[in-house]
Design a protein around this ligand. Structure first.
Ligand code: FAD
Length: 128
């Protein structure tokens, strides 16, 4: 599927000037980042190799160091220290990610997501 190209829409019609779209705030950054993280889990192999498991653990560790919201990163890093990422299968990683997201949901006073549905939300889609 072709990627969507929004760059033309971001130009003021008839000019070469960009609309003043602000950098993402913590909410926008968070929603985009969770999309990326859950989608990564959805595409992770069902039976990953040793190398794939090591790389996933490294990625999540590095992600928690560089996430561009300092207090979010600090809490995520602590969560990873206390709850090592489960990388031995797609199912385990998907549920681990869902639990990690729920930890943040609870902290922010949002409802928990039912992790039995993580694959429908992020991989297979919902039944009609
Ligand atoms: P989001 O929480 O971004 O969720 C996006 C979508 O994911 C939802 O619409 C839902 O369909 C689905 N979803 C929700 N929960 C789950 C789940 N458990 N498993 C699978 N799918 C789910 N914000 C702060 O203010 N303080 C913080 O400390 C903070 N820490 C963060 C740490 C990380 C690592 C990340 C990625 C984000 C963090 N955020 C933090 C941002 C916050 O989690 C939300 O992304 C943000 O508040 C926007 O929320 P939202 O309502 O758009 O939905």
């Amino acid at each position: 599927m072709a990627a969507t190209d929004n760059s033309a829409e971001e130009l003021i019609p008839g000019s070469k000037t960009y609309k003043k779209i602000d950098p993402p705030d913590v909410q926008q950054l968070g929603a985009s980042s969770w999309s990326l993280l859950h989608s990564i889990a959805a595409k992770y192999p069902k039976t990953p190799s040793e190398t794939q498991q090591k790389e996933m653990s490294q990625f999540l560790n590095i992600f928690s160091h560089i996430y561009p919201c300092n207090w979010c990163a600090a809490d995520f890093e602590k969560y990873i220290r206390e709850n090592a990422p489960k990388v031995s299968s797609r199912e385990e990683l998907g549920r681990w990610m869902c639990d990690a997201h729920n930890k943040v949901n609870v902290k922010l006073g949002k409802p928990k997501f039912n992790c039995d549905f993580w694959e429908k939300r992020w991989k297979d889609g919902w039944d009609e």
